[in-house]
Design a protein around this ligand. Sequence first.
Ligand SMILES: [Zn+2]
Length: 165
Amino acid sequence: MNNPPISGMRLGMRLGMRLGMDVALGEARAAAARGEVPVGAAIIDGTGRVIAARGNEVEAMADAGAHAEMLVLRDAARLLERKFLADCTLSVTLEPCAMCAGAIAAFRVQKLIFGAYDPKSGAVEHGPRVFSHPTTHHKPEIIGGVRDSECSAILQAFFGQLRNA
Ligand SMILES: [Zn+2]
């Protein structure tokens, strides 16, 4: 093996990134099975540990604000007993909307990884581009389009079923 050695921390972070989207995809599929718009999210800490994972629960909670990101951010802060998630990565299957992007800034998330791009409601690479706005207090490291096709396939299957229902 000629690969350069990877420190335990870096390896943990890499595995954590992979794991985060795996968990988020699982939450998205579970949300679809519950009849929710299938978006899932997970929070991983700096050591690669899954802190929280949630799917969209807008229908179940009758709460238009119950997006997967909002739920998982609150869960993680509650579990870690602190308001900021400065060493955490949020993985989510869809580009966050303006509400969720604002919350990601408020919770000072270190890194945002998202799957499918959302030209209609996304607010990271589209529309208000929350993190590029000069008044944004916190800009996470952002990686978009991670396992894009897997993430969008879940959404397309869900909306395809609705149309054919
Ligand atoms: Zn949202």
